[in-house]
Design a protein around this ligand. Sequence first.
Ligand SMILES: *[C@@H]1O[C@H](CO)[C@@H](O)[C@H](O)[C@H]1NC(C)=O
Length: 341
Amino acid sequence: MGRRCWRRRALVAASLGAALLLLCAAPHALRPAFQNGALGSGWLGGKRKSPLQMLYDLDQGPPFPLAQVHQQRRDLLRRACSRHTRRQRLLQPEDLRHVLVDDTHGLLYCYVPKVACTNWKRVLLALSGRARGDPYAIPAHEAHAAGRLPSLADFSPTEINRRLRAYLAFLFVREPFERLASAYRNKFSRPYSAAFQRRYGTRIVRRLRPSAHPDALARGHDVRFAEFLAYLLDPRTRRDEPFNEHWERAHALCHPCLLRYDVVGKFETLAEDAAFVLGLAGEPGLSFPAPPRPKAAAASHDRAARLFRDISPFYQRRLYDLYKMDFLLFNYSAPSYLRLH
Ligand SMILES: *[C@@H]1O[C@H](CO)[C@@H](O)[C@H](O)[C@H]1NC(C)=O
């Protein structure tokens, strides 16, 4: 990105006032807000560069492969956004519900369930000083407890704006159908999700089985993948309430076309991408637990392929349409096991 462009975006950002809504005029561009000394000096008593400044320096410096990968992902996301989104609506504070804030380091993390978000929440708790000791020893329910980490939506427009301008924003995404298969497996086919099965499973059974067994009606414990998909594709589902976050599309949780993300991490390259973010945050010593790659990746792909094998091409196509934006924005191709034509 050329310097002129940078300057223009800085101007755009500077003329905002309290209305955070104009920020979407310049999504995806790193804005050099940290060049303004007042903002840059806040980090750790001014002893350290902010993560956003670190990224900016990397992008301006000699070519560094991992930084280039992330630059390309940002460019692709921006192009896909302008190609595939119609008239942009304005960013609302409610859109920022999933964006968690670490003021200590200057990080914004948009969490997408089923994409290592428990571990990211643990890491953020440790980074922001809200938890001591080994972050991975923090119990999952504690990492997920509401209010443990502040959400960007809870700040005033001025405070939101300041953080959007100066902090490094990142999210982690995953191949959409592998994520969906993981959500189904975790919430419906595993025996330990009784709460989810009662909440959503019973609803699905009631809607889809005209003469359901009373036990299934009461417990919602035996929902098949095809039934789960039929529930997702039923227009009534989203008319009643938004999708649960475990199967809501990543773009609908994080709004990457309204909000500038500096790093788009991928579940498929979790270890490298997490190390990149932690390096920018000045915490390279914190290693992010990631499953050994080739084996876990193949298993995740196989599980999705197996689940989709029994789904009719008609439903496969409609489901692909439902999740299409996540495929397009994050550069995933339609899986080869799908019968789309
Ligand atoms: C998009 O995906 C293709 C195919 O996997 C890959 O070759 C390309 O490098 C990716 N582009 C970006 C910007 O990630």
